[in-house]
Write a protein of this length. Structure first.
Length: 311
């Protein structure tokens, strides 16, 4: 143990001196993957070492997350994750990790707000009318990509605030859920603005509100949930970068500085804003640690009140 600690301390000074691997625990092509690849490309320029992206997809992102939790805490194996990171231990009996104890925080990388979207057959023109509709028709079905997914959690937060009850319909992926909302088999879902905006603009679906505290420049006519009668409501997908617990602070601080430099480029922020993705970084690695504890506590309370149980 002493030898290991000595080696990590010794290597902190010249870190990094070999390629860094960022594990993405979902399939290529989604927001987590796209942001991680952009971040890796920029970090390689800043740190002077290759940053290699590896996809390890699985249900609830568990395989890739466990892989990083068990990796050596030397800064060469990192994890790019989303809000599923906080929720998986609440909805899976085999998550195999503790979000607070098993990882060293580095930084947020982006926030992605969601639209509250309904099939046009639903006559509600805004959130208040939809709440009235839901109270008149208890158990309105809501689609999501699975138990504990960002869409599922956002729907439960909304139901809790509005005093309504949804019937959750879980799918194996967002695309499958969307098909049933298009057809009207399921009347509503929460979907990230980055994937939902074209469906709203084309008229296939109707956006009643956005889940961020600010309106989106992509569709500024869509009000926020806060403006729709729910002050302070915010439920956005968070992407973050983490290292295994025990990674030396000198390394996480160096990585944090690299992330901040990489993602705070105006042209890069503007490019991602066009996709509905807000590139943001944490003030410090410790700030992300505080946020992780807060999110885990919030979701534990929500899971208890909404009866969300591990499977």
């Amino acid at each position: 143990m002493f030898f290991s600690i000595f080696c990590y301390a010794q290597s902190s000074a010249d870190y990094p001196n070999k390629p860094i691997h960022i594990i993405v625990p979902v399939a290529a092509g989604g927001n987590v993957d796209i942001v991680a690849r952009t971040l890796g490309n920029e970090m390689s320029k800043i740190l002077g070492q290759s940053v290699i992206i590896e996809n390890k997809p699985s249900s609830a992102s568990i395989v890739g997350t466990q892989y990083v939790a068990k990796a050596p805490p030397d800064g060469y194996t990192l994890l790019a994750h989303s809000s599923t990171f906080f929720a998986a231990p609440l909805i899976s009996n085999n998550a195999g990790y503790d979000p607070v104890k098993d990882f060293a925080p580095i930084s947020l990388t982006c926030k992605v707000p969601m639209f509250v979207m309904v099939n046009p057959i639903i006559q509600a023109k805004n959130i208040q009318e939809f709440v009235q509709y839901s109270k008149a028709n208890p158990g309105v079905a809501v689609a999501s990509s699975g138990n504990g997914s960002t869409g599922h959690i956002a729907a439960e937060v909304f139901a809790n605030r509005a005093g309504i009850k949804f019937t959750n319909i879980f799918y194996k992926g967002n695309a499958q859920a969307m098909i049933d909302v298009f057809s009207g088999q399921v009347p509503m879902m929460f979907d990230q603005i980055s994937t939902g905006v074209q469906n709203v603009k084309s008229g296939k679906l109707k956006a009643l509100a956005i889940t961020s505290l600010k309106r989106s420049s992509l569709m500024p006519e869509i009000p926020t949930m806060a403006e729709s009668g729910y002050p302070g409501y915010e439920d956005v997908t968070l992407n973050l970068l983490l290292a295994p617990a025990g990674t030396p602070k000198e390394i996480t601080q160096k990585l944090h500085a690299a992330v901040v430099k990489a993602l705070n480029q105006p042209e890069l922020k503007a490019k991602f804003a066009e996709r509905g993705i807000d590139l943001v970084t944490s003030p410090s690695a410790d700030d992300l640690g505080v946020l992780i504890k807060s999110e885990v506590s919030r979701l534990q309370k929500l899971a208890k009140s909404a009866g969300i149980k591990p499977e």
